[in-house]
Design a protein around this ligand. Structure first.
Ligand code: DLZ
Length: 160
């Protein structure tokens, strides 16, 4: 895959539109919390680095990635400019992985089609815990950082 040999989390703050004045909601799954907390931290730090005020960032926790859709729907009821959903689904012995991945993906697509504000997808869907570690502040960067940059770009697009 594209990320196998690269770290995509490096960005130049000068290439990102200012996040000043934007209100961003983070919705974070508790499953695999050691992964999702690092993703949340990467997103939060990057939002602030790009000019979003700490007071304009809200964080809500939901039990698992499947609940991210409802969490995002609730967040969109507030005056936010973008929502970032953060989760980590790791392949197990059963088909649960496929159903959770499919449910959250389709749910977020559906919200994006019906909402005038973007919902950014920061859900890792890995085969192993090591792959998740590598993408949440490890050798392949932090997908939370990338989601934060995406949220700012999409929030600005939504305002055009
Ligand atoms: C049940 C379950 C399983 C097996 N694995 C994960 C996972 O790897 N990552 C995750 O975020 N959530 C998992 N869940 C919980 C579901 O997302 C959901 O919380 C429950 O099915 C209840 O709706």
């Amino acid at each position: 895959m594209a990320t196998a040999l690269s770290n995509l989390s490096n960005f130049d703050v000068n290439d990102v539109p200012s996040g000043e004045g934007l209100k961003i909601a983070l919705v974070v799954a508790e499953w695999n919390a050691e992964i999702t907390d690092n993703l949340r931290l990467g997103a939060h730090t990057t939002l602030v680095e790009c000019g979003v005020r700490e007071a304009d960032i809200t964080t809500t926790q939901v039990p698992g990635s499947f609940e991210l859709v409802f969490g995002a729907k609730k967040a969109l009821e507030q005056a936010v400019d973008a929502v970032i959903v953060i989760g980590s689904v790791i392949q197990g012995q059963t088909k649960h992985f496929d159903f959770v991945c499919q449910g959250v993906t389709q749910g977020i697509v559906s919200l994006n089609l019906s909402s005038d504000r973007p919902v950014v997808f920061c859900v890792l869907t890995d085969n192993t815990l090591q792959q998740s570690i590598d993408r949440s502040g490890g050798v392949h960067g932090n997908k939370g950082v990338e989601a934060a940059v995406t949220a700012i770009k999409m929030a600005q697009l939504a305002k055009q």
